[in-house]
Design a protein around this ligand. Structure first.
Ligand code: MG
Length: 275
């Protein structure tokens, strides 16, 4: 089995300092937290940024500030979210790609969040995919239901994305796929043979789905974006969640990938040929 790739998703769009003091909000906090997560075993950093009021921000300057603070200090694969909570149109979501992260998230369909609709029309998805392809950014296909797997494969068929594809199954969010291992097994069975995958269990599903994924040969995303608790009643820090997954993986006989090993497993384009 390949080594386990752990993605840290430390910030997201939702948790605020009033809910947990451990959520990193400013670029400095995000960068410092990222380095602690790297030490704990993470190889990918999934990045959202916030404004002064802690609201989700689409300001490319803020993404640039995170990159700047991390420059020369980390091997982490930087993965920018192109999620639409901060701004829904193409321009708002594509501007940050000009930073040319190695990876970016790409949701390939629409879904109802608990209190809003997350709308990703086909032309927007194709345009984001095309821009990622042009900039040699590897998309992480964000899968909230089965149709989105098919949509991702269709993107590849139409030339908007290049194999091998990488998928993230987001499970346990109300309105999307329930966090059940049967669904995880089925999702995996829908992937092309060369596809790689990770799972993001929401809330209390983060730990059990992560353990299933690591035993199944998949990869795991943890962090306060998806879950703020270490266990019932105890708030987590991001690095605690990363470390627990790394420890469990080693305990269960699977080694944890370094960022450079993750680059190889995910077939990321090497730096020299990206220019
Ligand atoms: Mg996200």
């Amino acid at each position: 089995m390949e080594k386990l790739i752990i993605t840290a998703a430390p910030t997201g769009s939702l948790p605020r300092k009033s809910k947990t003091p451990h959520v990193p909000i400013t670029p400095q906090e995000i960068a410092d937290c990222a380095l602690r997560c790297e030490d704990a075993g993470a190889s990918i950093l999934h990045i959202h940024v916030r404004d002064e009021q802690e609201n989700p921000s689409d300001d490319p300057e803020r993404f640039a500030a995170v990159f700047e603070k991390l420059k020369g200090r980390t091997e982490l694969i930087l993965q920018i979210s192109t999620g639409g909570r901060a701004g829904t149109d193409l321009e708002s979501r594509a501007k940050r790609l000009q930073l040319r992260p190695e990876m970016a998230s790409l949701t390939t369909g629409s879904v109802n969040f608990p209190t809003s609709a997350y709308v990703n029309p086909p032309d927007l998805v194709e345009a984001l995919a095309a821009e990622m392809k042009r900039l040699h950014i590897k998309p992480e296909m964000e899968i909230f239901d089965l149709s989105m797997i098919e949509n991702a494969l269709q993107l590849q068929k139409l030339g908007f994305a290049v194999a091998p594809l990488h998928f993230n199954f987001v499970m346990g969010l109300r309105g999307a796929m329930p966090a059940r291992v049967e669904h995880l097994v089925h999702c995996r069975s829908c992937l092309p043979v060369d596809g790689t995958w990770t799972v993001s269990g929401i809330g209390r599903a983060q730990l059990p789905l992560g353990v299933h994924a690591l035993l199944m040969g998949g990869n795991v995303r943890v962090g306060l974006e998806d879950n703020i608790y270490f266990q019932k009643g105890e708030l987590a820090t991001n690095q605690m969640l990363v470390k627990r997954m790394a420890d469990l993986s080693r305990m269960l006989g699977r080694k944890v990938a370094t960022p450079n090993e993750a680059r190889h497993i995910l077939s990321l384009v090497d730096k020299d040929s990206r220019s």
